[in-house]
Design a protein around this ligand. Structure first.
Ligand code: XMP
Length: 322
C-alpha cells in the first residue's frame, strides 16, 4: 500500500493544486467518461469542480437520493451547481437504501449496508448505464486515517483496507483530494469557484442521518431526526462551531403531555469545537439557546419528550453517536 503524502494547508497552493489535479484526471480518464456522486458536502463538491474542469460534460454527476439526507438537500444542491454550469442528475434510490437498512442495528453493519448499496447496487448500475470506467471520489486523508486505525469505517475508503474497487465493483476510483485534510479542501473549494454556503459548510457524514439514529434507521425514525436536524440547524446558525447534530436515541423515556403519560423519544444534541475532527470539545452554548432549542424540539417533533446536550469530549467520545 503506497504511503499517502500529506499536503498541509500551509503547503497548499490552490491554483497549482487545481491545475495539477485537473491535468491528472484528464490524463487518467483519457477520452473516456467518468462519473461521480455529489452529496453536497465540501469534499464531493470540490471533486465535482475538479472533474468538471478536467472533463466538462464527460463527467456525469449524480446526486444519489438515498432517503437519509437532510431536508430539501437534493434540490438545493442541484440548484447551487446549476448556477456554476454543472448539470447534476438526481437518482431516486430510497427503496434500495431503506431495504438494505431494514433490521440493521449495529453501527458498523449499518455503514457496510450503506456502502454496499451505494457502490455496488446503485453506482454499479449507473456505471454500466453510463459506460464510465472511473469514479471520481472525495476521499480525504482523515477518512483514510480513521479507517486504517479501525476507529470508524469511512464508507469511501477501500484500497487501504485491501479492497480492489475494480474487482469488487467493476470500476476504478480516482481520489484527487486524498492528500488533503478538511481545511485544505475548503481552500480548494473556494478557489474552484464554489459559494461560501458550500466551502464553509459543516462536515456531514457519508452515512448521513443513518449515523444519527441509534438503532434501526427506518423511514419513520429518519423523518424524526431529519425534522430535529432542521430545527437544530436553524437555531444554531449563528454559532461558530465545527459541527452540530441531533441524534435520535433508541431507548425511550417517560414524559408527560396534556396530563397524560407519554413514553417518548429522546434527542441528544451535540455541538463540537474542533480543528480537524481528530479531537473535539463540546461548545459552551448559551443555556438560553439550548432551552429554546429544547422547547422547539419537544413541541415540533412528534413524540419527543427529552432533549439532552452532550458534554463529553472526543476522545473518548466520537463526534457522531454511532
Ligand atoms: P467521529 O464520529 O469519527 O467523526 O468522531 C469525525 C468526523 O467524521 C465524520 N464521520 C463520518 N464521515 N462517514 C463519513 O463520511 C462516516 O462513516 C463518518 N463517521 C463520522 C463526522 O461527521 C465528523 O465530522
Amino acid at each position: 500500500m503506497p504511503q499517502i503524502k500529506e499536503i498541509t494547508v500551509n503547503q497548499l497552493n490552490t491554483a497549482e493544486f487545481i491545475k495539477d489535479k485537473a491535468a491528472e484526471i484528464s490524463r487518467i480518464v483519457g477520452s473516456g467518461v467518468a462519473i461521480n456522486a455529489l452529496s453536497g458536502g465540501v469534499d464531493s463538491s470540490a471533486v465535482t469542480m475538479l472533474g468538471h474542469k478536467a472533463l466538462g460534460t464527460r463527467l456525469k454527476t449524480y446526486f444519489i437520493d438515498n432517503g437519509i439526507m437532510r431536508d430539501g438537500e437534493p434540490q438545493w444542491i442541484v440548484s447551487v451547481f446549476k448556477k456554476l454550469g454543472v448539470n447534476v442528475e438526481i437518482v431516486d434510490a430510497q427503496d434500495a437504501f431503506f431495504g438494505a437498512l431494514k433490521g440493521v442495528i449495529d453501527p458498523e453493519e449499518k455503514r457496510e449496508a450503506i456502502t454496499q448499496t451505494f457502490y455496488k447496487k446503485v453506482f454499479g448500475k449507473l456505471v454500466k448505464e453510463s459506460g464510465a470506467k472511473y469514479l471520481l471520489q472525495g476521499t480525504i486523508l482523515t477518512d483514510v486515517d480513521e479507517t486504517v486505525a479501525g476507529i470508524k469505517r469511512q464508507h469511501n475508503v477501500f484500497e487501504q483496507l485491501g479492497i480492489d474497487p475494480q474487482e469488487a465493483f467493476g470500476y476504478k476510483i480516482i481520489e484527487p483530494l486524498v492528500q488533503l485534510r478538511k481545511d485544505g479542501v475548503r481552500k480548494v473549494a473556494e478557489a474552484a469557484g464554489l459559494p461560501a454556503s458550500i466551502y464553509k459548510r459543516m462536515p456531514f457524514p457519508g452515512p448521513a442521518l443513518a449515523a444519527r439514529v441509534v438503532g434501526e434507521a427506518t423511514r419513520e425514525r429518519i423523518a424524526l431526526v431529519r425534522k430535529a436536524t432542521s430545527i437544530l440547524e436553524q437555531e444554531l446558525l449563528p454559532v461558530k462551531a465545527f459541527q452540530y447534530m441531533a441524534i435520535l436515541h433508541n431507548d425511550r423515556v417517560t414524559g408527560m403531555r396534556d396530563n397524560k403519560r407519554e413514553f417518548g423519544q429522546q434527542i441528544e444534541i451535540r455541538c463540537w469545537d474542533s480543528v480537524d475532527a481528530r479531537q473535539a470539545r463540546p461548545t459552551q452554548l448559551p443555556f438560553t439557546m439550548l432551552e429554546k432549542l429544547a422547547n422547539r424540539l419537544v413541541t415540533e417533533v412528534p413524540g419527543v419528550v427529552s432533549v439532552t446536550y452532550n458534554i463529553a469530549s472526543k476522545p473518548p467520545s466520537t463526534m457522531e453517536a454511532i
